[in-house]
Write a protein that binds this ligand. Structure first.
Ligand code: NZQ
Ligand code: ZN
Length: 385
């Protein structure tokens, strides 16, 4: 196992009515000027906005609203939010939404305190911000686990890069599964697959031999698969939904990464696909994963065969490691199809994207058991059509 340091900065309030029971005390700890940040308006339709505004007003806060944070948030939107935060001397940001709102605010919180341009500061000067506006997250769409880490995925439209910027950790995250019950089913499915992908991408890193992080990871994967199937049968049942909300947070809160260098090659490729097509993150991953995995069958045979048995329940009897590895990929592809995720880019409306440019601009990760070339990544993209 690799050496590691572990500590956790984000306090989690999980469960029904978590906002009502925890937010007033948390708001007592912060300044008067609060930015309420959200997306395209789903929170106004499902009552979450009214509930939170009520709590904010009762706490005597001056509220600045920052709305319209889009899926796959842009760097321009970050700058808009940072400007608004500065103009209104914002003391605290309450981010309400899915990964897009939650990520956008992590970076707003850093940019509002920094005179340099954050993108250049991080990517060209290779520095990390150290001052932030404190923040809380209220999760309304699960999947990314963004509420429990400090990485933000932001699209720089002019540079055509969808990449990571490092922002603040949330001081607290409110995960009320009831808030997620109005998510469109398409987003429930793609969010669940994103969480499963985070588990697999971590599992495929190194060291690849059996270790505690991977054994916990296998349990997370089984949980996501079982509870997504249960949710599709009973979409209004809050029990499987609750499991998914916490499993998604677990998948990206660093716990499964302890002692590991992660892979995340599928993510790097999907992010650049997103930079060029603005596609749905979980759906892009669903198409890419089986194709990419077929390209790394030889190198990843040991991990794939373990996943076949320990996650997908495939009997190991009289089968070679290679056979089991192939059966894992088949089981994954079958699951993707059966839960209604796309299996080809054409099903996502992507027909003629510039795959060469996407592959050329994709980061090749250090943790993957296979070192891909840009040419092979382009082949993967072509095979996804
Ligand atoms: O904008 P509104 O109107 O709120 O609608 C949203 C949006 O259209 C809707 N929604 C959210 N909660 C809802 C709801 N609709 C009805 N009822 C509710 N309760 O859902 C749609 C999708 O939301 P979005 O936040 O875009 O989705 P997701 O959570 O999948 O986030 C995607 C972003 O996160 C990044 C992705 O790349 C993408 O940019 N990621 C962030 C990660 C991280 N920071 O750890 C890791 C991931 O790998 C990922 O890259
Ligand atoms: Zn993801």
């Amino acid at each position: 196992m690799n050496s590691f340091t572990y500590s956790y900065p984000t306090k989690v309030y999980f469960g029904e009515k978590a906002a009502k029971s925890s937010l007033p005390a948390e708001l007592n700890k912060v300044g008067k000027n609060v930015m309420l940040a959200y997306g395209g308006g789903s929170i106004k339709k499902n009552g979450v906005y009214d509930e939170l505004i009520g709590i904010l007003k009762a706490a005597g806060k001056n509220v600045t609203e920052f709305s319209g944070i889009m899926s796959n948030p842009t760097y321009k939107k970050v700058q808009e939010g940072a400007q608004l935060a500065k103009e209104n001397a914002v003391d605290f940001i309450l981010a309400v939404g899915g990964g897009s709102v939650i990520d956008c605010c992590k970076v707003i919180s850093a940019q509002a305190k920094l005179s340099d341009d954050l993108w250049e500061f991080e990517n060209e000067k290779h520095e990390r911000p150290s001052e932030f506006i404190p923040m809380g997250a209220v999760v309304t769409a699960f999947g990314t686990g963004a509420e429990m880490n400090n990485g933000a995925v932001i699209t720089h439209e002019e540079k055509k890069i969808k990449g990571a910027l490092w922002g603040a950790f949330y001081d607290f995250a409110i995960l009320d599964p009831a808030y997620t019950m109005t998510m469109p089913m398409k987003q429930v499915i793609s969010g669940s697959f994103d969480a499963l992908s985070h588990c697999m991408e971590t599992y495929m890193g190194s060291p690849g031999g059996t270790n505690l992080s991977d054994e916990i990871n296998e349990a997370c994967q089984r949980n996501i698969i079982r509870n997504l199937r249960a949710t599709l049968i009973a979409p209004n049942d809050i029990n499987p939904r609750s499991e998914l909300v916490w499993a998604a947070a677990m998948a990206e809160n660093g716990m499964l990464k302890i002692g590991k260098i992660t892979d995340f090659q599928a993510h790097m490729l999907e992010h650049q696909l997103g930079a060029y097509t603005n596609c749905n993150h979980g759906e892009g991953l669903a198409v890419i994963h089986p194709v990419l995995y077929r390209h790394m069958l030889s190198e990843a045979q040991a991990q794939f065969s373990r996943l076949a048995v320990n996650v997908w329940g495939i009997s190991p009897d009289d089968k070679s490691e290679r056979q089991l590895a192939e059966e894992f990929i088949n089981a994954l592809a079958d699951f993707i199809r059966k839960v209604g995720l796309p299996t080809k880019f054409s099903e996502m409306g992507i027909s003629n994207a510039d795959f060469k440019a996407i592959a050329d601009s994709t980061v090749i990760t250090g943790g993957c058991c296979k070192k891909f070339t840009k040419e092979e990544l382009q082949e993967v993209l072509n095979e996804c059509c």
